[in-house]
Design a protein around this ligand. Sequence first.
Ligand code: FE
Length: 206
Amino acid sequence: MTFKLTQLPYDRDALEPHISARTLDFHYGKHHKTYVEKLNQAVAGTKYEDMALEQVVRESFRKNDKPVYNNGSQAWNHTFFWDSMDPASDGTPAGSLAEKLDDQFGSLDGFRKQFKDSAVSKFGSGWTWLVADGNTLAIVSTSDADSPLTTDTTPLLTLDVWEHAYYLDYQNSRDRFVGAFLEHLINWDFAQDNLDSFETRRRLNL
Ligand code: FE
């Protein structure tokens, strides 16, 4: 196996009551696992076998290698999503990211409202992201497997808005799922770390 299913960074029941162990059994244990398995099938015997996963996503996007891109991007997106949540989250950012959110969206509530609007209005399957875009922050939603990795922006955190992410717990109420993520689950330390490394790379012109 070239690519491995990443470890979930917490127990499967750790996000309850907001995301159930049953949802994570399916979402991590079946959906994410299957993307990794299909990725390994698609890259067998190709140049992609020797690349890091982020490189696989960018290169297969550029070459329009669909099975590699779709499964590779979904494998990467899901790991990034698990890391975007923290069972011990108090829902509140600190440090330079808190200031930037205030500057960009007026307040934490302003950020939550804009993120929720984007996530709820995303038609069909996809992802909603907070990204660093030059000196500013932005909220973007992508379709299917797409992510900011193939753009000039840098992802700070993400929410999976495919139905498989919330249907068992919230049925068709995507808005309640998004609200729980925004108020109770975001790993703001992870987002801050991503912002810090983005700013370091920029300062050093890397
Ligand atoms: Fe998913």
